[in-house]
Design a protein around this ligand. Structure first.
Ligand code: F6R
Length: 618
């Protein structure tokens, strides 16, 4: 979703801003822009719809200036266009702003500003909600306030979450940042005689590993020598920075054609790293260290609710299954965006587990707030991003160790989240006395096979490519699974939609004859997930019903399953796994099928249209 960068120092700001924005491209965007200020107050604002290369081409010769802000926009209010792209300036041209988030009350704020200055009523330059921000700041400045006071007053008027970077034309030595709610973060980066701003760490990567994450409600004044943070009703202070660990090599694509392919292949490593030290066999323990909730707290839990969005919701569905099966405790899953606006009955003594690879998904954060405000229940977050907002809201975090995920479609963080949920199920089961030593050891030994299950699944890439080539033109897919494989069917359909732009539905196979079967004919391929688990025979019946409608069947089942291969038009054999572990065996295959369909269709796999890596708007 939208990305923010900022720079103030001795170097030319333009190239640094552009490079920072390039490092945020993975978040997804439809337009971009930079504003650069030189020491004499000459301001250059350059924006373009489309890719950063279009902006770069439009810029031609980089404007001089050692302070600036930049933005990649993902349209929410107003179409992707040059004029809607950020930065936006006040009508005087003095206050320049880039913004992540949504100003929910922008219409009434526009009306307020128009009423105060009727001659300005038709002079809005864009259709965006953002444009009210520089105008509000300028209005406050005109009333004699300092820039910080003006930003504070502006934040007080905005409804919804916002992250803002700004500067004033009269002061090329400073840039400002502010954060209200959870519209993604703002990170301040410390250089040597120069300072940076970014919505995400990768933008700071080549420059510095010393950072400060702006907290909700803080406003930062940043000059080339450092930052001062202003909090409500407190004296300004120099914040305590910290070191982050980001391996530059890990964010490069290496020999892979796409980040998504690289990340699919990184899954065995991501899994091993995430499990390492957390599944001990002698004596057996799961998540024994680094986990802030005690066994006593876990023992008192009577119900677990797992929430998330998109791929993380599919992980949550599988997590629910494991928590019930392994920990023997009632468990449920929920879509965070629905949950947060309901008044569900989640007790008694609930534990809420949020799954969010980014840790910044606004609906998941909203659901966590809902849990805290309404029930005060203990909360755990499973995330790949240390220091993300979700980790600050939760009582305990399980950090994935997947490394940066750049492709917009989640892959390695999905399997990482699965491993974390499985470990959590074991930990709860152990704390509640459901698993004795032998049973816990057995469960953990099973989990330790997950990296090799995925590894062997990756060897099927060529087979996936062959099959994908037969279905490049397909307009639809139905993906069927049962039990623990039903969420994998949903994940397969999501991947087809996201990167291959093929309409696909993931269904519990038992549901097929209650409606979707009406769609089936020779043009409607069905992907059937059918490993030899307890529901295998039921899946075979569903496949028979599909074949009877002449719909082509792509069956994914256990290696060497001649019966399944016979029934299907195409068959892919995955390594046989314990019934609870089949999600790990199936996941690489469904990812690779979607990848190869998208590749054959010539699509932008790492940055699919309309999608964003971190969804910070509702
Ligand atoms: C799918 C995908 C999205 C995310 C969803 C939640 O490939 O990437 O569906 O899973 O936006 O994101 P997180 O996990 O960051 O909360």
């Amino acid at each position: 979703m939208c990305g923010i960068v900022g720079y103030v120092g001795q170097q030319s700001a333009g190239p640094i801003l552009l490079e920072g924005l390039q490092r945020l491209e993975y978040r997804g965007y439809d337009s971009s822009g930079i504003a650069v200020l030189d020491r004499d107050g000459a301001l250059s604002v350059l924006k373009r719809q489309g890719k950063l290369r279009d902006l770069e081409a439009a810029i031609g010769v980089m404007p001089p200036g050692a302070a600036g802000i930049g933005h990649t926009r993902w349209a929410t209010h107003g179409t992707p266009s040059d004029r809607n792209a950020h930065p936006h300036a006040s009508s005087s041209g003095d206050v320049v702003v880039v913004h992540n988030g949504i100003v929910e009350n922008y219409r009434s704020l526009k009306a307020l500003l128009d009423a105060a200055k009727p001659e300005r009523a038709r002079s809005w330059q864009s259709e965006t909600d953002t444009e009210v921000i520089p105008e509000l700041i300028a209005r406050e400045l005109n009333q004699g306030r300092s820039f910080v006071e003006a930003m504070r007053a502006c934040l007080g008027l905005l409804h919804g979450a916002s992250a803002i970077a700004a500067f004033h034309r009269a002061d090329p030595s400073r840039i400002y940042a502010a954060r209200k709610g959870s519209a993604g973060g703002i990170v301040i980066g410390y250089g040597d005689g120069e300072m940076y701003l970014a919505s995400d760490l990768p933008a700071l990567l080549p420059h510095t590993a010393t950072v400060y994450h702006l907290e909700d409600g803080e406003i930062a004044v940043v000059d080339s020598q450092g930052a001062v943070v202003h909090r409500v009703n407190q004296p300004p202070l120099r914040p305590v920075s910290r070191q982050v660990d980001l391996d530059p090599v890990a964010v490069a694509r290496g020999p892979y054609r796409h980040f998504m392919l690289k990340e699919i292949h990184e899954q065995p490593r991501a899994l091993s790293d995430t499990i390492r030290g957390r599944a001990r066999l002698d004596p057996p323990s799961a998540l024994a260290d680094e986990f802030e909730l005690s066994d006593d707290q876990l023992r008192s839990v009577e119900r677990v609710l797992v929430i998330g969005m998109g791929t993380s919701l599919h992980a949550a569905m599988i997590g629910r299954w494991w928590i019930e099966q392994i920990a023997g405790i009632p468990a449920d899953f929920d879509n965070a965006s629905e949950f947060r606006f309901r008044a569900p009955v989640i007790g008694p003594s609930p534990l809420v587990v949020s799954v969010t690879q980014s840790g910044e998904t606004i609906d998941t954060l909203g659901a966590m707030d809902h849990v805290r405000d309404r029930w005060g229940a203990p909360q755990i977050v499973i995330t790949n991003v240390e220091g993300s907002e979700a980790t600050r809201k939760a009582d305990a975090s399980i950090l994935l160790r997947c490394g940066p995920e750049v492709g917009v479609a989640s892959t390695k963080t999905f399997v990482g989240s699965l491993a974390a949920l499985y470990l959590l199920a074991c930990r709860i089961g152990r704390a509640r006395g459901v698993l004795d030593d032998g049973e816990l050891t057995e469960r953990l030994e099973q989990l330790l096979t997950a990296p090799s299950l995925v590894e062997r699944g990756l060897e099927l890439s060529k087979r996936c490519k062959e099959i994908a080539s037969s279905y490049t033109g397909a307009a639809n897919f139905l993906v069927l699974g049962r039990g623990i494989e039903h969420p994998i069917a949903m994940e397969a359909a999501l991947k087809c939609k996201e990167i291959s732009y093929v309409h696909a539905e993931g269904y519990a196979a038992g549901e097929m004859k209650h409606g979707p079967i009406a769609l089936l004919d020779q043009q409607f391929p069905v992907i059937a997930l059918a490993t030899r688990g307890p529901l295998f025979d039921k899946m075979m019946s569903a496949i028979q019903q599909v074949s009877a409608r002449q719909a082509p069947v792509i069956a994914i089942g256990d290696e060497g399953d001649a019966e399944l291969a016979e029934l299907a038009d195409h068959y892919i054999g995955v390594p046989p796994a314990n019934d609870l572990l089949t999600p790990f065996a199936l996941t690489p295959v469904i990812q690779l099928l979607a990848y190869h369909i998208a590749l054959a269709r010539g699509l932008d796999i790492d940055q699919p249209r309309n999608l964003a890596k971190t969804v910070t708007v509702e």
